[in-house]
Design a protein around this ligand. Structure first.
Ligand code: SF4
Length: 363
């Protein structure tokens, strides 16, 4: 593992100004018009932000000096400072970014044979309280604004620019519950998906929720063709409530009803994320129960051998047990894969790097 730790002073003192990355193209056009500028400048600005990926308004050379100054006066461009960059032996890169108010977030670049995928964070901390998760230690500090989520992808893309590579997909599975920051998350999706923005196709973007049911209905009605995943982790209510307290508020049968609505509305299949915790939810009877729960649903199951989380008491499921679990699901005709582990030699599980480096934030 290789790790670089930034030593420069935090010069990002512009927290009062919104991030320019928070604006959708039509919002930027409106802003320009209300500031006596031509709307078409918005496309030029998007080109500088997302195609040329500059890090200073001064570099936007086809804009007038007056406009560049106006932009600088109203918006911030450098919202994230790289504190730590850990590179794993398998190429996974984990970033710890500092926000303009001093909080920190994690972003991960994963290498697949089909391209480079970025896992983004949507909140500083999380209030959902899943018992296996380091991200929820210390609770929720604040929501990220859309531009702070967009900036994570831009930062990773800037790192890839050095080798001429591209970010080809995005997963919204980092720190936070995306549906607990719904409007900003939706704005983020529209910006990264826009052809003048980062132009990442909807089918290359995945959003995952722990199960905030009203938002699942709302998201289904957006009909965005984004890949949709549910963090399920248990095949029955009792066990799910133990692992994920959200299940007490949004119960499993109602969750499954919302999932069915989503599929009916969008015509798309869903993914169920199922973390395997040694001796907790990884036995043959759990696999049988899971198969029964999702029978007839257009879905895919992602089995995740969980990393040991030092702050929590869960242990890894042995390999042979993982394969046994997979086999049972397959025998029931369920589409299932075992997630390849990334960055095993770095603090790759969600929230681990932040929990280690920023103890004061996660207490
Ligand atoms: S797993 Fe996700 S939803 Fe659950 S506490 Fe962690 S960040 Fe929040």
């Amino acid at each position: 593992m290789e790790q670089t730790i930034a030593t420069e002073k935090n010069t990002v003192q512009e927290m009062k100004k919104p991030s320019i990355y928070s604006l959708q193209l039509h919002e930027l056009k409106e802003w320009l018009q209300t500031h006596n500028e031509k709307a078409f400048r918005a496309e030029q600005i998007f080109d500088w932000l997302y195609k040329k990926r500059v890090s200073d308004f001064a570099e936007m050379s086809n804009l007038s000096k007056t406009l560049r100054e106006k932009l600088k006066e109203h918006f911030t461009l450098t919202t994230l400072k790289t504190i730590i960059k850990q590179t794993s032996l398998d190429g996974t890169i984990k970033f710890l970014f500092e926000l303009s108010d001093g909080f920190s977030i994690e972003t991960v670049l994963m290498r697949h044979n089909y391209g480079n995928s970025v896992c983004v964070t949507t909140q500083v901390g999380c209030r959902i309280g899943c018992t296996f998760c380091a991200s929820t230690l210390g609770g929720l500090k604040r929501n990220l604004e859309a531009g702070e989520i967009v900036a994570q992808v831009v930062k990773v893309q800037q790192a890839l620019d050095e080798t001429g590579e591209r970010v080809s997909s995005i997963v919204i599975m980092g720190i936070g519950e995306p549906f607990d920051n719904y409007d900003q998350m939706l704005s983020f999706l529209k910006i990264v998906n826009h052809e003048k923005g980062l132009n990442i196709g909807a089918r290359h973007i995945t959003v995952s929720t722990s199960g905030i049911i009203p938002k699942i209905y709302q998201f289904a009605d957006e009909n965005m063709q984004i890949n949709f995943a549910i963090s399920l982790h248990a095949p029955n209510s009792e066990l799910r409530s133990r692992l994920m307290p959200i299940n007490r508020a949004y119960k499993l049968p109602d969750l499954m009803k919302a999932v069915r609505y989503y599929i009916e509305k969008t015509g798309r299949r869903v993914s169920f994320e199922y973390g395997l915790f040694g001796g907790v939810n990884d036995q043959a009877e759990h696999a049988e129960e899971l198969a029964n729960l999702i029978k007839g649903i257009k879905c895919h199951v992602n089995l995740i051998p969980v990393n040991y989380v030092p702050e929590r008491n869960y242990v890894r499921t042995p390999r042979n047990q993982i394969f046994k679990f997979e086999k049972i699901l397959k025998e029931h005709g369920i589409n299932v894969t075992i997630r390849r582990e990334h960055g095993h030699d770095i603090d790759a599980a969600c929230g681990q790097l932040r929990a280690k480096e920023r103890k004061e934030e996660t207490r």
